[in-house]
Design a binder for this molecule. Sequence first.
Ligand code: SF4
Length: 472
Amino acid sequence: MLSDNNLKTLLNPQPMSDTSKSTSPVGVIDKLSIPLEKESVEQTEVGNYFVANYPPFSFWTPDYRPAVMDVLDGPAPTDTNLGVYFHVPFCRKRCHFCYFRVYTDKNSAEINEYLEAGIREFEMYAKKPYLAGRKPQFVYFGGGTPSYLSVKQLRGLTDKMKDLFPWDETEEVAFEAEPGTLTEKKLDALKDIGVTRLSLGIEAFDDHLLEVNGRAHRSKEAYRALGFAKTLGFDQVNIDLIAGMMDETEDNWKKCVDTAIEQEPDCVTIYQMEIPYNTTIYREMKNSGRISAPVATWPTKRDWVDWAFNRFEEAGYSVSSAYTVVKNPETTKFVYRDSLWEGADLLSAGVASFGHFGGVHYQNQADVDPYNKLVDSGELPIFRAYATSPEERFVREFVLQLKLGRTSMQYFRDKYGVDVAERYATKLAELEAEGYFSTDGDDVVVSRDGMLQIDRLLHGFFLEEHCDARYT
Ligand code: SF4
């Protein structure tokens, strides 16, 4: 699911490869009859700009796997929050802009086998001294499409997870859902299981846009899911929107934002469409020799998101990060995001998922078969890892927290002994002169213009050796 977590994207910006069968629609771009054009920095060209984690994933290697084991064999920390993530890599259909590793061809026996492997992975973790007895502060189900699972599969999975890592002290259980997979019965079950934050991957309310971009659901299903969800009283219902999908126009976008406001969600997450390598759209671009993607230019997407933020503010919402607006900032928190951006541990299970223990990042095997085989043989299915230095952890937290639009320099003095104003004096002055950043007392503040292109700006704070790294 392209979703606020998407922040899932924060955890699962996958090495891209279409593992589903026959999911590449021919002629996505030809169909739109968009002419070839000259390269321009304004156009949306292929690549990932979204800063999901740090250091970039291209620095993570299998050589670091022993570092994960060393942490897991050590004592449990007393001052670090723990989150638990489970990845569900199945979808009904592959979206044309999707770069996640998803499967659209698995039957229920194969899905059961995968879930059993996931539970065995959790069992292995529960025996590790670093995790034994710890209770999660937050739980997150991402994908793919977690709501693709049946009620029986969901109950079986979550019952086991709760036995191993009890949820009685958990502040948030977030769950990504594709509207077309939700029935009233499934939503009831999600509420009963303990989901507090339901995130609906709606993306757009226009059926033509949904179809052209390869989404599995249509607007009728989005309205129905929202209606059911509201009656069940989830603590938070989030909807995801994407600015600049193929065939998006300014009128469409404005209607989409106004429709979202009418639906009164607690939280709305807005992404600007990017076209990573190996998406269906990229493959079509490559075949037709195009340089830029058939989607709106970056300035247009920024204008559209700016318009949306203003419209939501007029409707009483507050901008709470570079991607989110919330109806009530006092009650609508995002524990998963905020905790991770302050260095929480994350036990991440399932194929291709990303986790973090005591300063060591790791990612699991990215395909189901090797993942299942490793778990069956009693091994943790970790594919690659990275042991961060204190300086890298500082940079990571600093750049991620800037996405909130404001961060306290005192926090970094206290935690890392780093004076942000001194360390980044030149960079901050440059960004201030450009109107993107300012300081307010002891806070670094990002302007609206800065927020609209935050991922591009954050690369300027990376350590030199990471500046030109590919992000996936
Ligand atoms: S195929 Fe679509 S719904 Fe599935 S993970 Fe990709 S973007 Fe999300």
